[in-house]
Design a protein around this ligand. Structure first.
Ligand code: HEM
Length: 486
């Protein structure tokens, strides 16, 4: 390999190959290290644990060779290091992932996608064109004014539902995740489509399109985990899981298009004679073009379900485990419905300790020199944010749930600003960061306010265990109890 720098030896730049990390076997790469009981790393339940093991073994720059058709990865544990790479990659950031979805949209169902590949999988100028169009519709709108009343109604329905389900023996222990995703889908649909889907109705059957969307979103994550984080054999022949994934993507597309078409009919019936600032997300998107509207609404109905569901579950868990914080938050809500400062601090703190995505990722589009090593073009640079966010080195009393750290003055050792700003990135980084952030925050804030007003949340069980399958999730059972506030 030739380094791009003629002065490399003089400047003491080490080649990429010399970065410490897991050794590789021909063809199989480092996969043998993960075999339970035999491998040096073994199977880890979640990415945070894996990050810790690799950090303790190899230090702050760790390489994992690519396997089959997958790119090599490097995990950077110093925020200054990935800050350097992410910033200089931020003109047209590349974030690979969901490669089977990419295949589905660009090859298998190319005619259906109409050359529009959405935000989650598009790259390069195609991503930028799409993002520029939807940014305006999603980020520049008066969310609270437009959607707070509908989201409050949904939150009220959900709280009533939880109270009812609580009476049903241990139903919630095994099905809390399903119930919270019914609420998150109902909420994101009211924002994305301007309509209620009926997810919170008692009679929601397995073949209802809303139920299909929830199931598909979970299956897509589960299958992506199997197909993309383990050797990518599907690139050589259509494996059973690959075929299952293509069927699931068909089902998800059909169910979402059904809802989008219904929303479009309703808008046309109502007419377009309303103020620009009162236009809903779907109206703004339809004004751009039908294909963009369909793809963006489809992505919202996928990306807005499990993410918001998990973030809300974690916040409830933290509030249940820290009754003093829950009481303070409830008092705050009673005092002023409008002021959400403490609630926002609770959400930030919860996302610090329990990230939805345990790490961030950028694929290099050029060469970099980081910490004395050469990182060539085409390498996946991982920022292990969840692991870093729990390190005492970065946060004072790092493993405690202390929302105050987001509110105290600079002089306080707890002050969040004492930590490098790249350590905690729950919504990602820069121009490619989460487009649904404000929507997610609004949904969660409204629901928590509504719930805590008359419900006390406790967790009656051992501390939760987190499992990573692309996103993080809780290992069942859920031990929440919801009781009226005395
Ligand atoms: C608490 C809830 C959520 C969390 C923690 C979250 C987190 C993230 C993260 C970490 C990324 C990657 C950003 C990057 O690479 O820099 C992302 C991207 C994205 N998210 Fe979210 N998200 C949430 C909710 C939502 C919602 C409600 C929607 C839809 C309305 C959404 C739609 C998207 C889309 C479309 C992308 C791809 C953006 C792009 O590549 O341009 N997310 N999200």
């Amino acid at each position: 390999m030739t380094l791009p720098y003629s002065t490399s030896t003089k400047n003491n730049i080490q080649p990429f190959e010399s970065i410490p990390g897991l050794s590789s076997l021909p063809i199989l790469g480092p996969i043998h290290h993960f075999i339970p009981g035999i491998g040096s790393v073994g199977l880890r339940a979640n990415f945070c644990d894996l990050s810790k093991v690799l950090y303790e073994k190899y230090g702050s720059i760790v390489k994992l060779d690519g396997v089959f058709a997958r790119a090599s990865m490097v995990i950077l544990y110093e925020p200054e290091h990935f800050d350097q790479v992410y910033r200089s990659e931020d003109t047209l950031p590349s974030r690979p992932g969901f490669e089977t979805l990419l295949y589905y949209r660009t090859k298998l169902r190319k005619s259906v996608s109409n050359g529009i590949y959405g935000l989650t999988v598009a790259e390069g100028t195609q991503w930028r064109d799409f993002r520029t169009k939807v940014n305006q519709a999603l980020l520049k709108l008066k969310l609270v004014k437009l959607y707070a009343p509908a989201l409050e109604e949904i939150a009220g329905d959900m709280v009533a539902r939880l109270k009812r389900l609580q009476e049903n023996d241990n139903y919630l222990d095994q099905h809390f995740d399903l119930e919270i995703t019914k609420w998150s889908l109902e909420s994101v649909a009211v924002v994305g489509l301007g309509t209620r889907l009926g997810c919170l109705d008692d009679g929601l059957t397995e073949d209802h399109p809303a139920r299909i969307l929830i199931k598909c979103s979970q299956d897509i994550l589960e299958l992506s985990w199997k197909l993309e984080f383990f050797p990518s054999l599907w690139k050589y022949y259509p494996t059973r899981n690959f075929k299952k994934m293509m069927n699931t993507l068909d089902l998800q597309w059909d169910a979402s298009v059904k809802f989008i078409k219904e929303a479009k009919i309703k808008i046309n019936e109502r007419g377009h004679d309303i103020l620009e600032e009162d236009k809903s997300v779907i109206e703004r998107l339809l004004a751009i073009d039908d294909n963009v509207a369909i793809m963006m609404a489809n992505e919202m109905l996928f990306a807005g379900i499990d993410t918001v569901g998990y973030a809300t579950t974690c916040l409830l868990y933290n509030l249940a485990m820290n009754q003093n914080v829950q009481d303070k938050l409830r008092d705050d809500i009673y005092l002023s419905e409008q002021n959400s400062r403490y609630l926002r601090a609770c959400l930030k703190e919860s996302l610090r300790l329990f990230a939805v995505l345990p790490a961030n990722l950028r694929r290099t589009t050029k060469d970099h020199v980081v910490g004395g090593y050469h990182i060539p073009k085409g390498i996946d640079v991982i920022a292990p944010n969840e692991f870093l966010s729990k390190m005492e080195k970065h946060y004072y009393r790092a493993n405690e749930f202390l929302p105050e750290r987001w509110l105290v003055e600079k002089s306080d050792p707890l002050y969040y600003g004492n930590c490098h700003p790249m350590v905690t990135l729950p919504f990602g980084f820069g121009i490619r960061s989460c487009v649904g952030r404000r929507i997610a925050e609004l949904e969660i804030e409204i629901f928590i306010k509504r719930l805590l007003r008359d419900v006390k949340v406790t967790w009656q069980g051992p501390p939760v265990k987190v499992v990573t399958k692309v996103f993080n999730s809780f290992k069942k059972p859920y031990c929440f109890k919801f009781k009226p506030v005395s």
